[in-house]
Design a protein around this ligand. Structure first.
Ligand code: UT7
Length: 320
C-alpha cells in the first residue's frame, strides 16, 4: 500500500542572483560560497509571491500527470514562509487552481516539509481519506533572511516544487522520520512579538538565525540513519537504490551521506549550484528536474530525504 508519483512541476522567481552579486553587499566571495557549500546561484523574488510560484509549479505537475484540479482531493503545502499567517497557503492554492473538491492545509516541518507532506498523504491514502494529492514545497525565504549576515544570506533561495501523487494499493513505500525539538535554537526565526494594549513591544520582525555547524553535524549523523532505517523497512539495501534525492543544503553534507552509505556521488543528483537551499522546495524541485532530464525513470528504486529546522528529518523509499 502506498503511492505513485504522477506528475511534477517547479517554479522559481525570474531574478537570478550569483555569488558575485551577493559579494557586492556582504563580505563574502564566490570562492568561499562555492567551496564551502556547492552553491553558485539562487533565485530571489522581486515580486513573485509564494502562491504565484506554488500555482505555476502545481499547474505544471497537473499537466504532466494529465489530471484536472477538480480530481484532487488533498492539498498539502510544506512551508515556513507562507504569504499569510492565515488562511493557509494550501487554501489559497486550492482557490487559485480551482481544486474545489480538496481538503487543504499547510504543514511546517521546515526543510523536511515536503517529505512530511508525503508521509501525511500516504496516511490519508491508507485510511481512505484521499485518493489523489497535490503536494507542494514552497518558500520565499528571502523575506526572512538577514541580508547582512554572511553566514546565512549566501545559502538560501526562493522557489516552489509540486507533485501529483495517487494512491496505489500495490506500491511499497516506507518512511523513517522524526523530530528533536530540544535543538530548536539551532535554526529558527521568531514570529511577530506579543504586542497589545496590555504589553507594548516595539521590536521589529525577526530573521533567520542558524548555528551552521550544529545543523551540519546533525545532518551527517541523522540523514544516513533515517535512510538506512527506511531501506531496512522496505527490504532493500543501498546497492539496490538507483537514485538518492536529498535536501540540497550543502554539497559537503551530501558527500558525507554518500560516503556513509558507500554509494558513489553519481547516485546523488545535485541542484544546489543553481538553486541554493530552498528549504521545503528543494526535494520536489530536485525530483522535478531529475524526472524532466531523464535521470529518474519509471521503475527506479528511489530514496528521498529532507532535514532541517525543528530539528526534523524524514526519509522515504519508493519505486518511481
Ligand atoms: O536547510 C537546513 C539546514 N541548514 C543546513 O544544513 C546548513 C548546515 N551548515 C552548513 O552548511 C555550514 O555550516 C555553513 C555553510 C553554514 C558554514 O560552513 P562552515 O564550514 O561550518 O563555516 P563556519 O561557520 O565554521 O565559518 C568558517 C569561517 C568563519 O571565519 P573564521 O571565524 O574562521 O575567521 C566565518 O566567519 O568562514 C567565515 N564565513 C564566511 N566567509 C566568507 C562564514 N560565512 C562566510 C561567507 N563568506 N559567506
Amino acid at each position: 500500500m502506498g503511492f505513485r508519483i504522477m506528475g511534477t512541476g517547479r517554479a522559481v522567481p525570474a531574478n537570478a542572483v550569483s555569488n558575485d552579486d551577493i559579494a557586492k553587499f556582504v563580505d563574502t566571495s564566490d570562492e568561499w560560497i562555492s567551496q564551502r557549500t556547492g552553491i553558485k546561484n539562487r533565485y530571489i523574488s522581486t515580486g513573485e509571491t509564494l502562491n504565484d510560484l506554488a500555482k505555476e509549479a502545481s499547474e505544471k505537475a497537473m499537466e504532466m500527470a494529465h489530471v484536472t484540479a477538480d480530481s484532487i482531493d488533498l492539498i498539502i503545502v510544506g512551508t515556513l514562509s507562507p504569504d499569510r499567517i492565515y488562511p493557509s497557503a494550501a487554501c489559497e492554492l486550492q482557490a487559485n487552481i480551482g481544486a474545489v473538491n480538496a481538503i487543504a492545509f499547510d504543514i511546517n516541518a521546515a526543510c523536511s516539509g515536503f517529505l512530511f507532506a508525503l508521509q501525511i498523504a500516504n496516511g490519508y491514502f491508507a485510511t481512505g481519506g484521499a485518493k489523489r494529492a497535490l503536494l507542494v514545497g514552497a518558500e520565499i525565504l528571502s523575506k526572512m533572511t538577514d541580508w547582512t549576515d554572511r553566514g546565512t544570506c549566501v545559502l538560501f533561495g526562493d522557489g516552489a516544487g509540486a507533485c501529483i501523487v495517487d494512491y496505489d494499493k500495490d506500491a511499497v513505500v516506507t518512511f523513517s522520520s522524526g523530530s528533536d525539538g530540544t535543538k530548536g535554537d539551532a535554526l529558527y526565526c521568531n514570529n511577530r512579538p506579543i504586542n497589545n494594549p496590555f504589553l507594548k513591544n516595539e521590536s521589529s520582525l525577526d530573521h533567520t538565525h542558524m548555528d551552521g555547524q550544529e545543523v551540519f553535524k546533525f545532518a551527517v549523523k541523522t540523514v544516513p540513519r533515517a535512510i538506512e532505517d527506511a531501506m531496512e523497512k522496505a527490504g532493500v539495501t543501498a546497492q539496490d537504490v538507483d537514485v538518492f534525492l536529498l535536501h540540497q543544503a550543502n554539497l559537503r553534507i551530501i558527500e558525507a551521506v554518500a560516503k556513509r552509505l558507500k554509494r558513489p556521488m553519481e547516485k546523488f543528483p545535485l541542484i544546489m549550484s543553481e538553486f541554493g537551499n530552498m528549504s521545503a522546495a528543494c526535494v520536489p524541485i530536485l525530483l522535478d528536474t531529475q524526472i524532466r532530464n531523464g535521470t529518474v525513470q519509471r521503475g527506479m528504486q528511489t530514496v528521498m530525504a529532507g532535514f532541517g529546522a525543528g530539528l526534523t528529518w524524514c526519509a522515504a523509499v519508493f519505486v518511481y
